[in-house]
Ligand binder design. Structure first.
Ligand code: G3I
Length: 316
């Protein structure tokens, strides 16, 4: 069975993967990524971020993002745009800048409007806001919040909606997949945006998990967001382990993938599941968490792991 085929048969819009431009010269990698029976959706892992798309103020470079958009279009795959406003991977002119309220408002409007407008009509959903909260549910201190307070959220969302009225506009974050201070803060934000008439269509559950530690209330948390009038999506799923991998860890990882996918499957407002690249060869985990890895459903030699069967079972 194929992952996107079973996802669609279950009524979801897609099963997808992140990818990144430096991976595309690898023909063995692309041969699997190209198969839309596996992946009905692609997310660029880096090439639509601010440092990549507006490295100097007013100078836009879309070539990296376009490479991935073109690949997805050639394969009839949906695209999730990632992302407009994030504290990380900012060009230094933004990160280290000192701006008035009026200046930064205009900078966000120009960035989001130009980025989203460049691919108008071609992107299923955009992570307009990425990771706005600390784990304790307080706002993250960065140039956006420190200058504008929480108004940077509607400023960005409204600019994106004007640039592409058909794209689904998301806020994306990690550690919001279970009940707690951070998901509560996100729910309060959704309610505020809805009450103010600010465009907001979806919440992304990044879902960077650890083997054996998938939250037991992930489905209930999805349902709680959907009840507020937004869709949800699993946007960056991976399940890491302390290396070396063992048969027991891979078996638990299979269950963990199944738990996440079956949660989305059970919630009509969960539109799809995206993994944060499909092969351990290109996972971000070992570079960020030394000694950990093996987080993806395909191993570094492009062989499917037990996790793959967990995904298939999750859509059953
Ligand atoms: O572009 C530079 C290159 O010029 C330089 O030579 C090279 C040397 O280190 O670094 C390159 O930048 C790297 C960049 O990816 C592009 O490849 C950074 O070091 C590296 O830290 C960066 O990692 C990305 C990470 O976001 C940054 O926070 C990962 O590839 C990407 O998968 C990851 O994705 C994030 C999502 O956007 C948001 N949610 C969490 C997720 C995982 O961290």
């Amino acid at each position: 069975a194929f992952t996107d085929t079973v996802a669609k048969a279950a009524g979801k819009l897609y099963f997808g993967s992140a990818t990144d431009n430096p991976e595309l010269p690898n023909a063995e990698y692309v041969a699997i990524l190209d198969q839309n029976a596996y992946f009905g959706q692609i997310t660029p892992g880096n090439s639509m971020k601010w440092d990549a798309t507006e490295p100097e103020q007013g100078v836009f470079t879309f070539s990296g993002g376009q490479q991935i958009v073109s690949l997805a279009q050639a394969n009839n795959q949906l695209i999730r745009g990632h992302n407009c406003v994030w504290y990380n991977q900012l060009p230094s002119w933004v990160e280290d800048g000192t701006f008035t309220v009026a200046e930064l408002t205009e900078i966000i409007q120009t960035h989001c409007g130009t980025l989203v407008g460049n691919w108008k009509g071609q992107i299923y959903a955009w992570d307009i806001i990425n990771e706005p909260f600390n784990d304790d549910g307080t706002w993250r201190s960065d140039v956006f919040f420190d200058t504008l307070g929480e108004s940077f959220i509607p400023i960005a969302l409204e600019a994106a909606a004007a640039a592409d009225p058909n794209a689904k506009l998301y806020i994306n974050d990690y550690n919001i997949e279970s009940a707690g201070a951070k998901s509560a803060a996100m729910m309060e934000l959704v309610q505020t945006l809805k009450a103010n008439g600010t465009p907001i269509d979806g919440i992304g559950f990044e879902s960077h998990f650890i083997v054996g530690e998938v939250p037991t209330d992930i489905q209930a948390t999805m349902e709680a967001f959907v009840a507020l009038g937004v869709e949800v999506a699993v946007t960056e799923l991976d399940v890491r382990m302390t290396l070396p991998e063992t048969a027991a860890l891979l078996e638990q990882q299979q269950k963990d993938y199944q738990t996440v996918v079956s949660a989305c499957n059970a919630v009509p407002g969960c539109v799809g599941v995206t993994i944060w690249d499909y092969t351990d060869l290109y996972s971000w985990i070992p570079g960020t968490f030394p000694g950990q890895g093996a987080a993806c459903p395909w191993d570094a030699n492009f062989v499917k792991k037990p996790a793959y069967d967990g995904i298939i079972a999750g859509f059953a």
